[in-house]
Structure formats: structure tokens, C-alpha cells
Design a protein around this ligand. Structure first.
Ligand code: IPM
Ligand code: MG
Length: 357
């Protein structure tokens, strides 16, 4: 039987995850669920954000449904024990190198974007962010004391050919089943790692993906284009740090962080299996946690990605996608409220999705 590891985490993580599991339940699949602690919740209970037991379960699970981690409560915790170290650690330990962050605008929601509706209507782009390399993990890193009594903080941006190739391949494969366009984003004008990124992506395209239209863009220009003309994009391929920044920007273009799911995938093993973690991109939102008002749609759509990518059930994933769109045409959570529709809480939004299934 399929085994799913559920890691609700902190803040609104548990409430949106509960809502998504109700949707899973309504689908009537036979899936074994195991819940455990992660992030600040694990730190409070066990003194570490990613207990060895949880990492071990994560390695064995068919897929991981992750809520969110972090919050002001742990602001003074040292860096390696902070809640965020759990998600960074899971990505690294499970080699989850390909972070897929779709930004879609459902037709009923073009009016909630801060951009003019005609700029975003029909938006459907996919950011493929490298997630186990770059400046997040590069060595050397640290803060050192200088002779004059001041300090120097430093990190290293580094990418190997193999790291670039494997994530570029994911982007090209995705684009093959979409509009066939990839924008590879770097700062090759100032960084050697970006120069290698650009050269490697182009060589892979020329060798294996002649039908893909590959553009190269500098990250600053990409940020501007995302706001000026987001519809021009199909797949955006980029590094860990630029992907972190650009995916928040793309999310904001859709109007609500509460709508966007993500998948982070590992390499495909010899047995055809791949480690995979699914999470909403909104984070723990401590300001609204525990009030039952968080938008569960991002986590419900993460569940749909899980069905599509890990359980080979695109039919179920499509059903959930359509049900979310239908539910959003009937009611809204507070983050995307409109006078024309009733404003509901987390549970009632999940009810509406289930009713639409
Ligand atoms: C994200 C988050 C994480 C990141 C944080 C929580 C470490 O911002 O998934 O985008 O920077 O990768
Ligand atoms: Mg981020």
C-alpha cells in the first residue's frame, strides 16, 4: 500500500494539512498515513527541528505532505536548530533537487491579482528551482572575525555541470508537455557560476531538446518581466536563490500566496521511484495561525501534485484542480475575499472543494 508521511509543522501548517487530508479521504484511495513532528513543533518537543526518526521515515515514504515551518517563537534559536533547517535538511538529505513551483491564475481569480486583470488572465507558468545547491549550501560559508574587530559574513554560490544538467532536464521535460518554452535565469553578466549555468543549459538543449525554445535572461530582468508581462513565460529554470525570490514574485502576481502548491522531486532511482515532498508555498503565516481562516487551497493543490507526480493518478489530480476552481467560484477565504461571494474559513473552503469533487 502507498505510504504517505504527513509533516504538518508549525503555524497554519497543521490546519491546511488537515483540510487537504479531508479531501484525500473523500477520494477514497487506500493510502497509509503516518503523521510526525517537524520544524518548531519538533524542536519544542525533542530539541531538534528534524529528528533522525522523521528523516528515516521520510526516506522510506512514497511521498511527503509537508505543511510549513517557522515563526517568531523560534527567532532566537541558533541557525542549525531553527525550524527552517528542517526543510533545508530534508531537501539536502533526500536529494530533492527539483523544486516545481507553478503559478496559475484561475479565471475566477484574475481580479484578486495586484496586477491588472488583462496582464494575468490565463497565467500558467512553472518555475523550476534548483533546491540542493547554490549559495544555500556552498562552502566556504560563515562569519569570521577580522583583525580590526569587525566581522565578515560570506557564502559561496557554486554549481557543477551535473547539478545544472539534471535540473535543466526536468525543466525541458516539463516544457515538452507544455508550451515548449524555457527561460533560463542567471546572472552570467557578473557570476562565473551563472556563466556555466547558461552554457550548460544551452548545450543540453542543443543536444537533447531541439524542439524547445530556450531563452536566457538575467535575474533582474526576469523580475521586471514577471511584473510587466507574466504571460510571456512558460517554464522558468533557475538557481536556488533566484528561484526563491522569483517564485514569491510570481506567486504575488497571482494575487494570493494561499493558492500556490509546490513539489520538490529527487532523482528517479533504478526502480523508477523518486523521493518527493509536497508543500504549499505560503509558509507558516503565524499572524493568522490557529484562527481557522487560512486558505487551504494551496495545500489541497499540493495534494493534487502529489497524486500526479508520486502516485501516478493524474485523473485524481485533475479532479482536485477542477474542484478547487469550482469552489473558488462559490466562496472565498479572507485572503482573496470579494464582496460578491461569501467569505469562509479553512474548514468551509475544504467542504466546498469536497462538494465540488
Ligand atoms: C521557500 C522558503 C525557504 C527557502 C525557507 C523557509 C528556508 O522561503 O521554500 O521558498 O528559502 O527555500
Ligand atoms: Mg521562499
Amino acid at each position: 500500500m502507498t505510504a504517505l508521511l504527513v509533516l504538518p509543522g508549525d503555524g497554519v501548517g497543521p490546519e491546511v494539512t488537515r483540510a487537504a487530508l479531508r479531501v484525500l479521504d473523500a477520494l477514497g484511495l487506500s493510502i497509509e498515513l503516518d503523521h510526525d513532528l517537524v520544524g518548531g513543533a519538533a524542536f519544542d518537543a525533542e530539541g531538534t527541528p528534524l529528528p533522525a526518526r522523521v528523516l528515516d521515515k521520510a526516506r522510506r515514504a512514497d511521498a511527503i505532505l509537508f505543511g510549513a515551518v517557522g515563526g517568531p517563537k523560534w527567532d532566537d534559536v541558533p541557525y542549525p536548530l531553527r525550524p527552517e533547517a528542517a526543510i533545508i535538511g530534508l531537501r539536502k538529505q533526500l536529494d530533492l533537487f527539483a523544486n516545481l513551483r507553478p503559478a496559475r491564475v484561475f479565471d475566477t481569480l484574475a481580479d484578486v491579482s495586484p496586477l491588472r486583470p488583462e496582464l494575468v488572465r490565463g497565467l500558467d507558468l512553472m518555475i523550476v528551482r534548483e533546491a540542493t545547491g547554490g549559495v544555500y549550501f556552498g562552502e566556504p560559508r560563515g562569519i569570521e572575525h577580522l583583525a580590526d574587530g569587525t566581522e565578515r559574513g560570506f557564502n559561496t554560490e557554486a554549481y557543477t555541470t551535473v547539478e545544472i544538467e539534471r535540473v535543466a532536464q526536468v525543466a525541458f521535460d516539463l516544457a515538452t508537455h507544455r508550451a515548449g518554452r524555457v527561460a533560463s535565469v542567471d546572472k552570467a553578466n557578473v557570476m562565473e557560476s551563472g556563466m556555466l549555468w547558461r552554457r550548460t543549459a544551452q548545450a543540453l538543449r542543443d543536444r537533447d531538446y531541439p524542439a524547445i525554445a530556450l531563452d536566457h535572461m538575467y535575474a533582474d530582468n526576469c523580475a521586471m518581466q514577471l511584473v510587466r508581462d507574466p504571460l510571456r513565460f512558460d517554464v522558468i529554470l533557475t538557481s536556488n536563490l533566484f528561484g526563491d525570490i522569483l517564485s514569491d514574485l510570481a506567486a504575488a502576481c497571482t494575487g494570493s500566496l494561499g493558492l500556490l502548491p509546490s513539489a520538490t522531486l529527487g532523482p528517479i532511482g533504478p526502480d523508477g521511484r523518486r523521493a518527493a515532498l509536497y508543500e504549499p508555498i505560503h509558509g507558516s503565516a503565524p499572524d493568522i495561525a490557529g484562527r481557522g481562516i487560512a486558505n487551504p487551497v494551496a495545500q489541497i493543490l499540493s495534494l493534487a501534485m502529489l497524486l500526479r507526480w508520486s502516485l501516478d493518478r493524474p485523473d485524481m489530480a485533475d479532479r482536485i484542480d477542477c474542484a478547487c476552481e469550482a469552489a473558488l467560484a462559490r466562496c472565498r477565504t479572507a485572503d482573496i475575499a470579494t464582496p460578491a461571494l461569501p467569505t469562509v474559513g479553512t474548514g468551509a473552503m475544504a467542504d466546498a472543494v469536497i462538494a465540488a469533487l
